[in-house]
Design a protein around this ligand. Structure first.
Ligand code: AHR
Length: 495
């Protein structure tokens, strides 16, 4: 019976640790992500904490964000950090050439970003400028942020009101240097990477985890060259992959899409797993001990912008389809947690696959937000052995897997199992044998995110159209668990 998939969970077999940083985020100076979305300024009528809007802060805090990447993206290779320090009114006003040609007033700079991370309780991940910046500029930025002694940059930081250095672990040496970050060949970038990273110093106790700019999609030769020629100088190598149902020119609407586009989007989301496998295999050749982390520091859906909005702002709505893409992709990261040490969804607010959308003083949580909130139980938990038949989801003679799953045990011993059901037409039942579940309490609890419509989404007038609900469609009898997933659903069970 194609509607029953068999599986087995071995809760006493651990298969790795899901690094909490896999649940990382990315906020760029792009459209209304930083300005309006996060930063409104101290004088704003929108309630804020030192300029950061309180509603967004509170929503993001509930996600337990582990790490936040900033300031770009393509913006990073045009950003000169000294423009963003000192009295705000005196900061340079510049053009954000990459994103909409709007004025960037530099009001949100290093101090504001570090404050945001402190308020969120997350680690900063800063991306430096290789494309249009100098070695000295990058080196001095790290000195400014992390040096405790007497030096020109540490003294400047103190004059700008911050006496203690910040703790900074994650530092990226450029972004997409094959494209907006300088249109370089991998051999050339590998040499620049080696040079720039030399001057990214560890001051005192602060130890930097250096991340090299990586490949887009299936550009495997980039990974090959970087690992071969610069692997010894890096702690992490980046990879970017966006789920785009159409083409770069016509990506498709975020909300008005067909059943075929649903299928295509799921297929493209599943492609992440293949990318992780293939880039990982290349890394294994040069780094069999898996010292270097694969850092997927940009991922998510990318659709056409909402009609009437600035094409350079990348503002898109977020539906149940995005929720499934998020769940499926996070499961792929779990499956490769031996190599994937961090991932950062693009982007936190108002841009691409955002957690929250804002309009003036209004804010709404997206379906993607809810997946991150439901899945946060997996952060830093031990991944457990769970095999479930993939099933088949067919359309127009093509077939992809129907479900993705993952199980983990947290520090207090609780087992969580998450499920994504990709099929948009019929329910499916999973019949799972439970082994090694020491807790013989027959109670299981769960939450589900689903809706009747493929394009269900939250708006400022209807903010809870897609929100988690209690889930009860399961039966546990001793060592068997039978779960029935409705079409298009994301479920997390606590066993
Ligand atoms: O996330 C939007 C953009 O996508 C980033 O700035 C860039 O790195 C990528 O091409």
């Amino acid at each position: 019976n194609g509607n029953v998939l068999k599986g087995s969970l071995c809760a006493d077999v651990e298969t790795g640790i899901v690094n909490r940083n896999i649940y990382g985020h990315f906020a760029e100076h792009l459209g209304r992500c930083i300005y309006e979305g996060i930063w409104v300024g101290e004088q704003s009528a929108i309630p804020n904490t030192n300029g950061i809007r309180n509603d967004v802060l509170e929503a993001l805090r509930a996600l337990s964000i582990p790490v936040l990447r900033w300031p770009g993206g393509c913006f990073a290779d045009e950003y000169h950090w000294m423009d963003g320090i000192g009295p705000r009114e005196e900061r340079k006003r510049m053009v954000n050439t990459h994103w909409g040609g709007v004025v960037e007033n530099n009001h949100f700079g290093t101090h504001e970003f570090m404050m945001l991370c402190e308020l969120l309780g997350c680690e900063p991940y800063i991306c430096g400028n290789v494309g249009s910046g100098t070695v000295r500029e990058m080196s001095e930025w790290v000195e400014y942020m992390t040096f405790d002694g007497e030096s020109p940059m540490a003294d400047l930081r103190r004059r700008n009101g911050r006496s203690e250095p910040w703790k900074l672990t994650y530092f990226g040496v450029g972004n997409e240097n094959w494209g907006c970050g300088g249109n370089m060949r991998p051999e050339y970038y590998a040499d620049l990477y080696r040079q720039y990273q030399t001057y990214v110093r560890n001051y005192g106790e602060n130890k930097i985890y250096k991340i090299s700019g990586g490949a887009p999609d299936a550009r495997y030769e980039w990974t090959e060259v970087l690992m071969q020629q610069a692997g010894a100088y890096m702690d992490g190598l980046s990879l970017h992959y966006y789920t785009i149902p159409g083409t770069w020119a016509e990506k498709g609407s975020a909300t008005e899409f067909t059943q075929d586009e649903w299928f295509l989007t799921m297929k493209k989301a599943l492609f992440m797993e293949e990318l992780l496998r293939n880039h990982g295999a290349i890394m294994d050749k040069y780094d069999p001990g898996k010292r270097v982390g694969l850092i997927i520091d940009e991922w998510g859906t990318w659709f056409d912008v909402e009609p009437g909005t600035n094409p350079g702002f990348l503002y898109q709505q977020n539906t149940l389809r995005d929720a499934l893409v998020a769940g499926v992709t996070l499961h792929s990261f779990h499956d490769h947690c031996d190599r994937v040490q961090m991932a950062n969804i693009a982007q936190t607010v108002n841009v691409l696959q955002a957690m929250v959308l804002t309009e003036g003083e209004k804010m709404v949580l997206t379906p993607t937000y809810h997946v991150f909130e439901m899945f946060k139980v997996h952060q830093d938990a031990k991944r457990l052995s769970l095999d479930v038949e993939a099933g088949e989801f067919e359309r127009n003679g093509e077939s992809i897997r129907r479900v993705t799953v993952s199980a983990t045990r947290n520090a207090s011993g609780t087992v969580h199992v998450s499920f994504c059901h990709l099929d948009d037409t019929a329910p499916v039942t999973l019949d799972i044998e439970l082994n090694g579940v020491t807790n013989d309490d027959p109670r299981v609890s769960g939450r589900i995110l689903t809706a009747a419509q493929r394009n269900a989404h939250n708006t400022f007038t209807s903010p809870d159209a897609v929100a988690p609900k209690p889930f009860r469609d399961f039966v546990r009898i001793q060592n068997r668990l039978s779960v029935t997933l409705p079409p298009m659903s994301v479920v997390v069970l606590e066993i």
